[in-house]
Design a protein around this ligand. Sequence first.
Ligand SMILES: Nc1ncnc2c1ncn2[C@@H]1O[C@H](COP(=O)(O)OP(=O)(O)OP(=O)(O)O)[C@@H](O)[C@H]1O
Ligand SMILES: [Mg+2]
Length: 411
Amino acid sequence: MNDSSSNNILGFDSASTTCCDVVSQPMILPYPLNVLIICNNNSIEQGLTAYFATISNIQVEYCTLLPSSLSNFSLVLLVLDDNIDTAKHTIEKFSKQEKHFLLLGDNIKSELIRLAIHHNVKDIISIADIEKELYLSLLTAANDLINSSKIAPVFTIINGKSGSGASFITSCLGEISANLTTEEIAILDADLNYGTLTDTFNFEPNYFITDALEDLDQLDNTAIRSMMLKRNNLSFLASKPYTLLNANPHLLERLPQLIWKVKLNHDLVLIDLSRGLETHSNSLISLSDKVIVVVQQNIISLREAKVLIQQLTTNVGIPAEKLHIIVNRHSHKGNNISIKDIKNVLDVESIFIVSNNYELANAGINSGSPILKVANHKIIQDEISHIIREIFPLDIPDIKPSLFTKIFRRK
Ligand SMILES: Nc1ncnc2c1ncn2[C@@H]1O[C@H](COP(=O)(O)OP(=O)(O)OP(=O)(O)O)[C@@H](O)[C@H]1O
Ligand SMILES: [Mg+2]
């Protein structure tokens, strides 16, 4: 039995600096790995199960024989036994299916090592070194996959103060981005109490974030795309009213895994976090490539936004370069708080404005697409397009498709 203070779950020698360095850090892979482990040894399987439970962003399946298809797995780990011929045959199969693979075993015959190297084995790890080396190999595999995959960046739009317009800005950014490019834009309504985006977009959802979290393990690429409501190249996942009150809190812990699946199937992911920071939202913020804080041009809004930004940078660990400010409902007239003042107060370099649309404000919260609302507001259209061109890594052709073409294409 291990010493309780030891991290050596498998009970093998772990007295090395590398090991301590690795295990003292939280083990979170930067890319989700689906690993198949081919293993005929129960005690190794148990040890591996305990070890993998300490790593985030990984799903593991065990088998004793090589399945006919490996397409569901991003990595295969072959635990070697005495049966060299089967091992050789298995390695050749990995190579034919162009699968990343690792070998695990002791006293491996040199002919097997040569064959594995010939077929581009990612690493060969002895049982005693599992704890100090396996995570590093997984990390390398995850980074290789990042470099060879299309992964959408995540932009989270958060309210400096409730009612500042985070949902309005999210919907405008989403819909105008989708108009400017042919890339796939996904919007997630992460206001888990009363998300308003379904009304804004005039969608009638019958599948919600909580359903997706429940079905998470079955959601392959096709299912992820079809679960979302879709209008041309804009996809949307709604939240059910009062999810926070009614959903099992453990279900919400799976939000990052869901976001990863959405990332892998789109070009840009926008998250509406109107409600600001809550327990479930920290993991979404941590996953975000950029965080856009929506403020308004008044003292109370700026005071609350300042506290939020301190929380984001100090407690959640978001670097200042990831932050952008949008001053919503901005007006040059009748307001003595300038953009320069806001920049100084909030201490964020990147700042944009979106004007007040008086007509929209007077109309209240009519449902209907935000693009229809802003379509007759050339200034807001231009301001939102400017933000998209400045900070969204989208491939935007020089000639823009007409907004009106899109409106008339609408069902
Ligand atoms: N630039 C704008 N010009 C005019 N009206 C706006 C503007 N931005 C938002 N609004 C209006 O302000 C109201 C609140 O906006 P929205 O619902 O986007 O805020 P929110 O920050 O998401 O609020 P909540 O905290 O309730 O989630 C809506 O009626 C919206 O249409
Ligand atoms: Mg909102």
